[in-house]
Write a new protein. Sequence first.
Length: 290
Amino acid sequence: MKVSSTTPFDLNAYTHSQQRTGQANPSNQPTMITGKFDLSHDIDTVEISNASRQLASSDVVNHSAVYFGTVQINESLERLLKGQSSEVKETVYGIIQSNLITDVTDKDDRSALLELGLTQAQYIADNYMKGDQATEFMNTFRQIAAISTTRTINPETKQVQYDTPPQRPVDAPEDYVDLNYMMRKFQPQTYDKLQDAIVNNKDWSSILQNFAKQASTNQAWIKEYREDAARSADNMPLPNRFEKADTTNLSSFVHAVKEIITRTDSANNKLLIDNIEAFMRKLQPEGKAT
């Protein structure tokens, strides 16, 4: 299995909105820290060889790629999974790779896998986390699920793309502005020029600085940006056929999910059965469900 990703250069820039005094003061003007690059994984693709496909599914446990997504998502998952077993970590990232940010092309299949993936995440939360940790874990997974629904294919490059929400680095000030997000949203042509300048070692700094000055005075952009940043993924309406599955223990959970799949009798039943069995194998490689 080959895992690859395509990543645009992502610039971290701090813009502080400070109250202006009666006198002009450079320290009260918007300021930036530039020159630092964050490489975030916007697109993950998985290629499986024909030989691998011919192996019995029960004999294969694929190692999952670590999903980055956004700074907040990455930080949350790393912190919540700290101290968990390698099996739990592998399972969590396996859910993301196989059910949420997946290379499956059929829309109905992706929708069914998304429902099952959120239910698998709920099993992890119920059995391996407590209280606020479990709540944050599910909120983080809903954010990833929300990103997964923005999937599009670039008609020119044929690459799969996902829209990510505005990002605020850990410990950044509350009034942090993600210029990378704003440029992509409001001036995509300028964003393309910036990416080209970075890749070809041209003067990218002036492009960024000019846009930062323009963005800091455009109240309509700032208002829309704040609304995007504040929008909660928790309210994303996602009907889920698996949400009532028993999460008491692994054997009960897998049995309940399989019963729901069988009752549904849809074209993607085999896909879902294979998926829940892979979930079980990752969580308990020895295959002894408890």
